[in-house]
Design a protein. Structure first.
Length: 221
């Protein structure tokens, strides 16, 4: 059974999963074509989930990563957050078909609607590059806040090489902060100890960096 909860946050602009709202029905097709499932399986393996852990997927889209987590960790408590109500509706239907219980909330990554120290694991898959620099920092500060002291952030995002190559010009403009070690350095600045980046190639479309990070020191104000 899937629980839905409406958030009373102010409306704001956001970039949907494929960049345009009219492309949203093709999201799951793109997930398969680009070869994201192996990325998700690697993220789950690195997370080392245990029974009863509280898991949040920020920018959950249509719930592909949450569904994979639920299939492998039936006793994990799953929460997904996304600003796109259409994506959440699809995620809800897919969870019901899979027989998985998860809570799906509409909200924004910069203002996570959860208490401090709520989660053992926070995931984020190919969402960070949709945000501008201040919003990226706000997201990471919020993740630091809602993670428990012994928690773990597992974040995957597109990466460019040192010359900014690897994606079409429009995407490069949004990803100017994703060159080299910029993502891991940004995570570290938010109060995390970050492991070396794991890099995986998509079937088409470039490379993805997977970051593992644990809270280090006090949360950022």
């Amino acid at each position: 059974m899937t629980e839905r909860m409406s958030q009373s946050q102010p409306e704001r602009d956001y970039i949907p999963g494929l960049g345009k709202h009219f492309l949203q029905p093709l999201y799951d097709v793109a997930h398969s074509v680009f070869g994201l499932h192996p990325i998700h399986l690697k993220m789950i393996a690195l997370a080392e989930l245990r029974d009863g852990q509280q898991v949040l997927d920020v920018g959950c889209g249509t719930g592909n990563l949450l569904r994979s987590i639920g299939k492998q960790s039936r006793k994990a408590e799953l929460v997904g957050l996304d600003p796109d109500p259409n994506a959440l509706s699809r995620a809800s239907r897919k969870a019901r078909r899979a027989g998985l219980a998860m809570r799906l909330d509409r909200g924004f990554a910069q203002e996570l609607p959860y208490p401090d120290g709520s989660f053992d694991r926070v995931f984020s898959s190919l969402m960070l590059h949709h945000l501008d620099s201040p919003s990226k920092d706000a997201l990471l500060a919020e993740v630091r806040r809602v993670l428990r002291p012994d928690g773990l952030l597992v974040l995957a995002d597109m990466v460019l090489d040192e010359h900014g190559h690897g994606h079409r010009p429009g995407a490069r403009d949004r990803m100017r902060d994703n060159v080299g070690d910029a993502v891991s350095q940004r995570i570290a600045a938010a109060g995390f100890a970050v492991e070396p980046t794991r890099t995986m190639a998509l079937r088409i479309g470039g490379k993805v960096g997977i970051e593992l990070a644990r809270p280090s020191g006090p949360a950022q104000e």
